[in-house]
Design a protein around this ligand. Sequence first.
Ligand SMILES: C[S@@+](CC[C@H](N)C(=O)[O-])C[C@H]1O[C@@H](n2cnc3c(N)ncnc32)[C@H](O)[C@@H]1O
Ligand code: SF4
Ligand code: SF4
Length: 468
Amino acid sequence: MGVEAKHSVPVLKDNVRLKPMQGYALAHGYHPSLIRMIHPSHAFFLSLCHGQMTSAEIAFLYGETFGLSPANARSQVLRLIEQNRMFLTEDDLPVRGARPDLHVKPRFEPKSFLYPGNDAVIASAMHGQWPVPAGINITLTFKCNFDCTYCYQDLRQKGDPRWDLTKCMEVVDEAADWGVVFLGLTGGEPTLFKGWLEVIEHGLSRGMIPTITSNGTVIGSDQRIAQRLAQAGMEEITISFDAPTAELHDAVTRSRGQFQRVLNAIHYLTDAGIKVIVKSVLTPKTQHGVETMIDLLVTLGVAEIGISYMETGAIHSGANSETNVTDEELAQVRQKVAKKRDDYAALCRIHPPKDTSRKWSEDDWYPCGGINMGMSIFPTGDVSVCDKMHGVKDFTYGNVFEAGLKAIWNGDAFAALRERTVAPALIDPECARCSKLYACRTSCFVDSFNATGSYYAKDPHCGGPFFA
Ligand SMILES: C[S@@+](CC[C@H](N)C(=O)[O-])C[C@H]1O[C@@H](n2cnc3c(N)ncnc32)[C@H](O)[C@@H]1O
Ligand code: SF4
Ligand code: SF4
């Protein structure tokens, strides 16, 4: 069936944004895993997917703009719809314009994507080099008022006394000027950093998407914090929460009496209209409370719950000395959570922990991508590839007290590090033969180190090499 006969109307998903950059464009959702570098002409196409045009009409306009024959334009538009499935929904409408909720005006001005694309830059991103990182991740502080048994961070580390709100704002401003989209805030407990709310407000005012993960104790101490965040335009916040009772919460977080505050945080945030995502870490202690915890969180209006398998962490982190669940226990929890996921499908998105006994296959491949697309900045000013890698000399490629982000990203130290992650003599021989090497770069350096003693070993979860 041809495009005309179907009257299909491709619509850009509500949470997808388009951004013009030099020589390319960005299409992205609310999370760093949902960002792609695309040709400006593809962003032009996506900007036409505002719900008021059929794919045939889009093909006509696309063809006229880029001087294509009608047949060529139609096949290109069909190909673009296929390629951009993650950003689009598609309605098959007998009569166009029948949905009153569709946007009348384009959300993104098509003309702003009529500039030349640089194919070499776009191709280099496929090989693991983004001209501008998609996101920066700032560990605002190493301090924390909890001491979670499973924590992947080394909380005894110290920051530089010069690390304060002024310096942090300077970093955020440089990132925003440069075109960085995501501003991740973590810690330690990020809400213990003086000025954390201002950092979020500033990021939002500069058009960035701030994301924050918090243990909820500060947010739950005063309802006005959630209201202020909502007023600034914060759309979602991740709260860490692992236990359905006060006793278990105390035991896991090795703190006292904070359970109700975290529940308050969830309540205040949802009340203020902010989407709450709960991240929960599975441990031998928490595994038996997972179902009760999900029931409680769904009652509280949490929009999404992710139960994570306990990952390895920074060299001196608690996670590395903590006993993990067994494969059988993990399988049982996965089953229970999958059942809850189905029961609550209409109310909450629930993600069971990943099946660690299954290795990545070619079609089911989860490389980290952190080294290719992001920068992690610490309270010492050090810049590294991951928030678990503070103090790992090989992976520290700059310091924001000595140079700007752009100079660090484009500097010799980072170039040398990237070279090391693909150097056949240094990396696992299987990775050296793998077609995914440049995008993957042996993936999780921390998991590899904790499993083998080498940061450059093959990711322990990988079933490769792959030769596609
Ligand atoms: C290191 S914490 C820092 C932010 C904040 N203090 C909090 O707990 O939300 C960031 C996130 O990592 C999660 N996390 C910590 N250790 C982990 C581990 N070993 N495996 C998986 N996730 C972990 C926490 O639950 C939290 O959601
Ligand atoms: S997981 Fe977060 S709240 Fe828990 S100890 Fe680590 S930094 Fe603190
Ligand atoms: S073999 Fe190495 S490079 Fe290839 S996918 Fe696995 S971890 Fe990545």
